[in-house]
Ligand binder design. Structure first.
Ligand code: NDP
Length: 263
């Protein structure tokens, strides 16, 4: 079971909203969820704003636009003030965009799509993790290491989970490209994978785990109506997986059921 201070981005709909719901239901006593959303006051965040009342004392909604560095900085300060000495145990980079609209063929794709998608899907998670590093380190230092089998890392102690996708896989491109071209989205998630790999190398000395997870093909605004997986099943699988991650999983790309996806 996950525990401690957990932050999720992009939580007003889709997988992010379901992550907050299931974390509120299934985390240990004392856990707190920071649910980030770029338009926290708007009508698009009504379902999210109802959750803190449903789970009193367990959820704080934080305004955060992943494409805006000032917004990231303000969110990090707001969370830092509330977290105090405990640190941040788990950062889940879930927010993302896929532009232009699916199926996003080459003919409809321009530089502006490349830049917007990269900004939200790569630069945002990079800056957020950089700014949260002191709080992740603090949690790692306070956490009691599971000594057995040399495991010192876990999502209970201190971790970054970057939500990636199967279609980021360069090896799998011959199979996936005919189904979905999506140049900006694919290349941004391949960059997110490299960010994951770099962070895993950089932060292992602090015992911070960094893993990329593919949620499956999920029925959301992004995944579309024909997707086979519900948000409930995908998130249930991903949270089970997160609870079991350890040193050997840091720097890997796994699917929601724990299978390794080749880079
Ligand atoms: P949705 O499009 O349903 O939701 C995306 C979320 O990201 C929304 O909450 C959206 O907020 C938020 N978001 C987008 N841009 C920003 C921004 N600049 N700042 C803050 N929040 C932002 O997507 P899913 O729930 O389907 O996807 C969640 C994650 O799973 C993504 O990383 C996606 O790439 C990944 N994924 C999804 C798959 C699927 O089949 N659904 C398959 C593989 C991976 P707003 O309402 O304000 O736009």
């Amino acid at each position: 079971m996950l525990a401690g201070n957990i932050l999720v981005t992009g939580t007003n709909r889709g997988i992010g909203l379901e992550l907050v719901k299931q974390l509120a239901q299934n985390t240990a006593e004392g856990a707190h969820i920071y649910a980030c959303c770029r338009e926290a006051e708007g009508t698009r965040a009504e379902a999210l704003r109802a959750l803190p009342t449903q789970y009193p004392g367990k959820i704080t909604v934080i305004k955060l636009d992943m494409s805006d560095e000032d917004s990231i900085s303000a969110a990090v300060h707001a969370v830092s003030r509330q977290i105090g000495a405990d640190g941040l145990n788990l950062l889940i980079n879930n927010a993302a965009v896929n532009k232009p609209a699916s199926p996003a063929p080459l003919s409809a794709t321009g530089k502006e799509h490349m830049m917007e998608v990269y900004e939200t899907n790569v630069a945002g998670p990079f800056i957020l993790a950089k700014m949260f590093l002191p709080l992740l380190q603090r949690a790692a230092e306070r956490g009691s290491a599971a000594k057995e089998m040399g495991n010192t890392m876990s999502c209970r102690r201190s971790a970054i989970i970057n939500i990636s996708t199967l279609i980021s896989s360069i090896e799998k491109c011959p199979e996936t490209f005919p189904v979905a071209q999506m140049y900006p989205y694919r290349t941004s998630k391949a960059a997110l994978n490299m960010l994951t790999r770099c962070q895993a190398e950089d932060f292992k000395m602090h015992n911070i785990l960094v893993t990329a997870i593919h949620p499956g093909w999920v029925r959301t605004d992004m995944g579309g109506e024909e997707a086979p997986l519900t948000t409930q099943d995908s998130v249930h699988g991903m949270l089970n997986l997160m609870s079991s991650l350890s040193n050997k999983d840091s720097g890997k790309l796994l699917d929601w059921q724990g299978n390794i996806i080749p880079w």
